[in-house]
Design a binder for this molecule. Structure first.
Ligand code: NAD
Length: 337
């Protein structure tokens, strides 16, 4: 079977992880990644053996820095059958015409609006909606987190309403430009955009979100209150979560009290870049009372969307029709149980 030829545009936090994950799959290969500046990330991409493509105006700078370049971003669009666009939010939109004129497929990330593609993707909730599509969009890290736990609950026990508060990391660990470095910043425009983003995949869901930016870089943390259509027991909910893909139940009594310990645990797992791809739920923090359900979940923003991008490639390139099989293949390759 020939492998799907994948290009990664934007080799930053998400792009470098997507490139590494794609190169671990048997049914797809990375034909190139793009960089705009000849910085340390460009050098590390070259050291990892990725072919580098750059904007035409950057060719000279890469030559001066002695970083080998295979071609221009336009040429990568000629070599790939699908681009995973991991450029910063709002930039992907500008590349859409280029992908269209090259006649190739593209996946955008959560920094772009749903209206850009008309289809948004989550492996658990709607794998088949991107089947054969030219354009799709993997929803943001927070939205992926909400969908991973809410969609199996909604499937088993109908959900009447969701009220979630997102405590968001200020920036990523590798970024020293953004903040806050001290304090908590509420998002005052309510409800926040996260609820509508969940609805781009589950349009029927009544979900309301608030958000607070906190001076941490490790993970996001959600407090989730769910009004269910009928009463359910805590153990029934835990059973649903245990069988949900890419949801990891932990117990605070094992020492995993907060996001610091979870990321330390991620390092102990020995995965690439210490990534915690699963949504982490404290089992001793799950509580059903009548038809209300309460839980906490932690999201490793740098990596939870990575396996979804791999599954989205499979759906769009028609490599695997069954969502469950694709999720299993991706999980096995990334060491997700
Ligand atoms: P990033 O800034 O870490 O990486 C973006 C990369 O794109 C950088 O290497 C940058 O040099 C490159 N780039 C900038 N302009 C470019 C251009 N014109 N052409 C080609 N490359 C260009 O950003 P990120 O955090 O990886 O985010 C990428 C996308 O993923 C965004 O849509 C973001 O919203 C989404 N996302 C981010 C996170 C997160 O927490 N970091 C989580 C989920 C989704």
């Amino acid at each position: 079977m020939s492998k799907a030829k994948v290009g990664v545009n934007g080799y930053g936090t998400i792009g470098k992880r997507v490139a590494a994950a794609v190169s671990k799959q048997e049914d797809m290969e990375v034909v190139g990644v793009t960089k705009t500046k000849p910085n340390f990330e460009a050098r590390s991409a070259a050291d990892r053996g990725f072919d580098i493509y750059v904007p035409e105006e950057s060719l000279r700078a890469f030559e001066d820095a002695d970083i080998p370049v295979k071609g221009t971003i336009r040429e990568l669009c000629g070599a790939a059958e699908i681009i995973v666009d991991c450029t910063p939010g709002g930039i992907g939109r500008k590349y859409k015409a280029e992908y269209e004129s090259a006649g190739i497929k593209a996946i955008f990330q959560g920094g772009e609006d749903h209206s850009l593609t008309g289809i948004s993707f989550n492996s658990t909730a709607n794998y088949s909606e991107s089947w054969g599509a030219q354009f799709s969009r993997v929803v943001s890290c927070n939205t992926t987190g909400l969908l991973r736990t809410l969609s199996p609950i909604d499937r088993k026990i109908k959900i009447k309403a969701v009220y979630a508060t997102l405590i968001r990391r200020a920036t990523d660990p590798g970024d020293s430009k953004s903040g806050p470095v001290n304090g908590l910043e509420p998002t005052v425009k309510l409800p926040t955009h996260h609820g509508p983003d969940v609805k781009s995949v589950m349009p029927w869901l009544n979900i309301n979100t608030m958000a607070v930016k906190a001076s941490t870089t490790l993970m996001h943390l959600h407090t989730v209150a769910v009004e269910m259509e009928k009463e359910s027991g805590t153990e029934d909910i835990l059973e649903i979560m245990r069988s949900s893909p890419r949801v990891r139940l932990i117990n605070s009594k094992s020492g995993l009290k907060g996001t610091a310990e979870i990321m330390e645990f991620g390092k102990d797992l020995g995965r690439d870049r210490s990534d915690m791809y699963e949504i982490v739920v404290w089992e001793d923090g799950v509580k059903a009372v009548g038809n209300m359900l309460y839980y906490y979940q932690a999201i490793h923003q740098e990596s939870d969307v990575v396996p979804e991008n791999v599954d989205c490639i499979r759906s769009m390139c028609k490599l695997e029709e069954d969502a469950h099989t694709s999720v299993s293949k991706t999980n096995r390759s990334l060491g997700i149980n």
